[in-house]
Design a binder for this molecule. Structure first.
Ligand SMILES: C[S@@+](CC[C@H](N)C(=O)[O-])C[C@H]1O[C@@H](n2cnc3c(N)ncnc32)[C@H](O)[C@@H]1O
Length: 300
């Protein structure tokens, strides 16, 4: 599915929506990195707290030489916490490869012995992993990205991974937990407005790729925790009545009409264990941060 097709399908729906993977051009990736550094955005801080805690346990968890394979690696900030002398390969896989390559350069300097093989993939489609011989493969899917799938498609994604990852390999997955609405609302509405900039950047991406002439000033970002759906919903809201076309298809946006551009599902330990089990995974371990805001699952 191309961006154009996804736009036409998503914007033709009664409740308009655009898949969140399209946020990540170079600028979008930079905005996301800014979000992760905001005080209100606890998921990055909490996940790093857990990763630091388990870094000493890694040699006891796995035997022999290791390959780390990271889906949606972004800034490659977290994996550094787990690198040790047993890591032979590191494979960052991301839709935003130009951004990842910049971070890879620094990592190569710091760890010249590790073979680093970045690759562009869309993990919502089929993808191949480079051949990594004679190593135990440890996959990572961090940053609560498992929460970003629409239509409960995370189960399909986990099933697909279960099929492609052999039984003696592992998957670490970062899972954000249900908590009070105030903390969640704040995390997705940082005071400096990077979440808004990240979402509004989608208008620039649409203009650049679809030759539309939408004005970013005619939209605002609105994101909040939906208690009933147990998820953050991020919308772009139209400030005016406006017409635009994607290819030959004409669209009309009413004043105050919303386009869903991001969701972030939240879980309980039990609900995620169940999801993983329904997708064919066994939960080996679960770690939590001190406040029990965030969890890291080791699946096999
Ligand atoms: C929520 S960010 C998490 C980044 C990083 N793992 C972290 O923990 O901070 C999602 C990352 O996945 C990438 N991404 C999003 N959708 C993707 C897709 N369908 N295929 C591959 N990468 C994707 C983005 O470019 C971004 O780097």
């Amino acid at each position: 599915m191309t961006f154009k097709k996804d736009l036409i399908i998503g914007l033709s729906k009664k409740n308009k929506r655009i898949p969140s993977k399209y946020h990540y051009d170079l600028q979008g990736s930079k905005y996301f990195e800014k979000i992760t550094k905001q005080k209100e955005y606890y998921p990055t801080r909490k996940e790093k707290e857990i990763l630091k805690k388990i870094s000493k346990e890694i040699p006891k968890l796995f035997n022999g030489k290791l390959s780390y394979i990271e889906l949606g690696s972004g800034a490659i900030d977290k994996i550094k916490l787990l690198i040790n002398k047993d890591v032979k390969y590191y494979v960052p896989l991301d839709i935003s490869l130009d951004y990842v390559k910049k971070s890879v350069k620094k990592l190569k300097k710091k760890y010249p012995k590790i073979k680093i093989k970045p690759k562009k993939i869309d993990y919502s489609k089929q993808f191949k992993i480079p051949n990594l011989k004679e190593t135990t493969k440890v996959y990572f899917f961090l940053g609560s990205s498992i929460g970003n799938f629409y239509n409960k498609e995370e189960i399909k994604f986990l099933k697909k991974l279960r099929k492609s990852i052999s039984k003696n390999n592992y998957l670490f997955i970062g899972v954000d937990l249900i908590k009070n609405k105030t903390t969640l609302d704040k995390a997705y509405n940082d005071r400096k407005g990077y979440t808004a900039k990240f979402s509004l950047n989608l208008i620039n991406i649409i203009n650049r790729t679809q030759k539309t002439n939408l004005n970013i000033k005619d939209f605002y970002y609105h994101g909040y925790y939906n208690n009933k759906l147990r998820c953050i919903q991020g919308f772009l809201v139209s400030k005016i009545n406006q017409n635009f076309s994607i290819g030959n298809k004409k669209f009309f946006l009413k004043k105050s009409e919303r386009i869903l551009v991001e969701i972030s599902n939240k879980f309980t330990i039990q609900s995620f264990k169940r999801l993983a089990s329904n997708a064919g995974w066994t939960t080996e371990r679960v770690w939590l941060d001190n406040q029990k805001y965030y969890s890291l699952f080791l699946l096999k």
